[in-house]
Design a binder for this molecule. Structure first.
Ligand SMILES: [Zn+2]
Length: 316
């Protein structure tokens, strides 16, 4: 009897595991998709995605096509996926995709999910290589945003509306996010919150959480994210505060314009990656499995943010 019970429990356990596995593989972002996007954005062909370059334009057009193919729409704020702007005399782009909220009462509230997709172009030569591919900075964050856009276009599980944004001209002064935040403010965007992804390609070392958030103490964002994730996903990195990272990424212009929680998720801790703005910031040095896990962990979190009846994330 004891033995049979054990066998039954074991069978049941195996069965449950199989079901969970089947469900997650059906809904989840796959390592192979992440790898494909990373390989393109960080390829030598794009020559480091410098503002005003042909490579940057190719990246923008690739993201536009990916959005179009996935059923991510052109936003009601622009008549194109690629609203252009002037960055220090050069024409460049933000990429903006849109999914309309499914609930008539919540569809006018927006969440912005963003990452910059530009980089610095050429870097200091190492062994004949001069292309700064910007795999971690910030093909990684861009890949998260693109993958999340594809995922939500598939599940259509968003009562609130969402803008998926890839910012241009970050590296020369957060110009894309400054421009877009200003334009959207003028157009009276009803913004609930903005979540930005920056340098998420390598895991933190010896931390109980998977990523940190900038401006940790400014809102209950991290607390709510962990509640929504059902685990300790997001933490506080003292160095992020010391170096004022909150003000140094594309979340900041949105915070300034809208005065709502706008924060950046990041895993670069100043000691876990040697290739910041270096020609060896390449896909070979990225942990794609880790990245994919983090993106998948963000799916239920963002789902909850897009669906709660009230705005639970608040400034402190
Ligand atoms: Zn960056």
């Amino acid at each position: 009897m004891k033995h049979i019970t054990l066998v039954l429990i074991t069978l049941l356990f195996i069965n449950c595991k199989e079901v969970t596995k089947a469900q997650s593989s059906e809904s989840a972002v796959k390592v192979s998709e992440v790898e494909t996007i990373m390989n393109f954005l960080a390829s030598d062909e794009l020559e480091g995605r410098d503002t005003g370059s042909e490579g940057l334009k190719k990246a923008a057009e690739y993201i536009e096509k990916t959005f179009k193919d996935a059923g991510v729409m052109v936003s009601p704020y622009f008549d194109t996926y690629l609203p252009a702007f002037d960055a220090k005399g050069k024409e460049t782009y933000n990429v903006v995709g849109y999914l309309k909220g499914t609930d008539p009462n919540l569809a006018d509230e927006f969440v912005v999910i963003g990452a910059h997709f530009d980089h610095i172009g050429k870097g200091k030569e190492v062994d004949g290589d001069t292309i700064a591919n910007g795999a971690n900075d910030n093909a990684a964050g861009s890949t998260a945003v693109i993958s999340l856009a594809k995922q939500f276009a598939k599940t259509k599980n968003n009562k609130r509306s969402v803008l998926f944004v890839l910012f241009g001209a970050e590296e020369i002064g957060l110009l894309g996010s400054k421009h877009l935040a200003k334009v959207l403010k003028e157009k009276n965007l009803n913004l609930y919150t903005m979540i930005n992804f920056e340098m998420i390609g390598v895991p933190l070392v010896d931390k109980p959480y998977k990523a940190y958030i900038t401006g940790y103490e400014m809102s209950n964002m991290a607390e709510k994210m962990n509640e929504y994730a059902g685990k300790e996903l997001i933490g506080f990195l003292p160095k992020a505060k010391e170096f004022q990272l909150f003000r140094r990424s594309d979340n900041f212009p949105f915070h300034k314009e809208f005065n709502v929680p706008c924060q950046t998720i990041c895993t670069f801790d100043f000691s876990n990656y040697d290739y910041y703005h270096h020609v060896d910031d390449e896909v070979a040095n990225i942990n794609l499995e880790f990245m994919t896990e983090l993106i998948n962990d963000c799916v239920p979190v963002i789902t909850k943010i897009l669906n709660t009846n009230t705005r639970e994330i608040k400034l402190n």
